[in-house]
Design a protein around this ligand. Structure first.
Ligand code: IMP
Length: 422
């Protein structure tokens, strides 16, 4: 049995897509277990850059079976666009299945996301406006439509009926113009022919794969600190990116998990609002943003940048049960003479090694930094562990010691082969 899970240890954008694509090359299955098109995975393959929102990155690899499992929310319009685009480029190489239980993100969910955010004013979360929260809310409100509904002869009626109910909400609550259910249907209708053949009982597929000792890779989206329960609520996404979510979202059990790889940048970024104790709004943060090209893949928004936060990494390691860490984008720090790392926080005169995830409390936590010497060497061309500069080796050792998790992978650039296995 071989089940590997790739999980964001921070606020997303840690470089999971690149790693997933790398590890997927010898897998039989690649599964996504949560989130939807709020995710933006960048993969560089054969010199070409691909940006995936919904598709597992395994789709670029011949014969890999890729599954959008039960916990994912699927925007049929986005998925069809991604399928067609990949086909046009001649890179639709995997085999795609969609769980019949996966909830659908329909056009009015995006509208609702937009209205909710606008209505919140200054308290807005800064969502990706992809309709993720409203689709998950409908799921838990038990009114949502699922991919399996696409197979039903009255799917059109179901879509229009939900659109009409949203009208009541939009008109009465936000005083907004009415949605036209016919127009909503006109957007969704062409997707049915493309997606219906992919919709199936993926729990059965997954269980059969486990029974056959298949190699399975689970690809997390977003990151631990955006988890709906374990993140900085309400500045979170609406799903469970943590390893527990990988079980909830696929039909795998805890017995099946083997390798849980936590992916963390050598520094830290966040898109959208919410506390960020080590945020650096000065030149250091600006250098990270520029060198690391820190702009959201989905929204294009600039990402907030700051130093690595070990209390948050300890938290992520323990919640997820990481068996190893992959530290990415170390090359972004190449230019720095000194590197700061947050060892603990100070709050009301007390030293905290463990974060308090209440956003009001975390906002008041002052980082206690240790300053390390920078390595001042261009690392992006390094391919062997023994060539890594000693100051970087020391930095990785500190991360491993403080998080209680061995660092096994170092990524020194965007390219697939800019990856060093330790
Ligand atoms: P939502 O998932 O679109 O509802 O957005 C909720 C929060 O999660 C916002 O702060 C987003 O910026 C953040 N978020 C959602 N998806 C990602 C991602 O893939 N990377 C980084 N942040 C994300």
């Amino acid at each position: 049995m071989s089940v590997t899970t790739i999980i964001g240890a921070q606020w997303g954008d840690e470089g999971k897509g690149k790693l997933a694509h790398l590890l997927a090359s010898d897998q039989d299955y690649v599964l996504r277990y949560q989130g939807g098109s709020n995710a933006g995975h960048t993969v560089i393959s054969d010199g070409q850059t691909y940006k995936f929102n919904l598709m597992p990155s395994g789709m670029l690899i011949d014969g890999v079976r890729c599954i959008l499992c039960d916990g994912v929310v699927v925007n049929p319009v986005t998925l069809c666009w991604e399928i067609e685009n990949l086909r046009r480029l001649g890179h639709y190489r995997g085999e795609l299945s969609v769980s019949r239980h996966a909830h659908l993100v329909l056009p009015f969910h995006k509208t609702q996301d937009l209205y909710f955010e606008e209505a919140k004013g200054k308290a807005a979360i800064g969502t990706t406006k992809q309709g993720i929260g409203p689709a998950y809310a409908d799921k838990y409100f038990r009114v949502g439509l699922r991919a399996g509904d696409m197979l039903s002869p009255d799917f059109e009626e179901r879509v229009k009926s939900l659109a009409s109910r949203k009208n009541v909400l939009f008109g009465g609550y936000y005083g907004r113009d009415e949605l036209d259910p016919d127009q909503v249907w006109a957007e969704v209708a062409p997707t049915v022919e493309i997606l219906a053949p992919l919709v199936t009982d993926t729990i059965r597929l997954v269980r059969k794969a486990v029974a056959a000792n298949a190699r399975i890779l689970m690809e997390g989206a977003q990151g631990t600190l955006l988890d709906i329960d374990y993140g900085t609520y309400p500045f979170v996404t609406s799903s469970h990116p943590i390893s527990g979510g990988a079980l909830l979202g696929t039909g795998l059990s805890w017995r099946d998990l083997e390798r849980v790889v936590g992916v963390a940048k050598a520094y830290l970024t966040r898109v959208g609002a919410g506390p960020f104790p080590t945020e650096d709004q000065g030149t250091a943060g600006q250098t990270m943003a520029r060198t690391g090209a820190e702009f959201g893949t989905v929204s294009g928004r600039p990402r907030r940048c700051g130093w690595l936060d070990l209390p948050l990494l300890r938290y992520a390691s323990q919640l997820n049960g990481f068996t190893e860490l992959a530290i990415t984008k170390t090359d972004v720090l190449d230019e720095f003479d000194e590197i700061k790392v947050c060892m603990a926080y100070e709050l009301d005169g007390q030293r905290l090694e463990w974060p308090d995830m209440d956003p009001d409390v975390l906002e008041r936590c002052a980082p206690i930094y240790e300053t390390l010497p920078g390595w001042r060497v261009r690392t992006s061309g390094i391919r062997q562990a023994q060539d890594l500069p000693p100051a970087l080796v020391d930095y990785l050792a500190l991360i491993a010691r403080e998080s209680g998790t061995p660092v096994k992978i170092v990524s020194v650039g965007a390219d697939r082969n800019a990856t060093i296995m330790l």
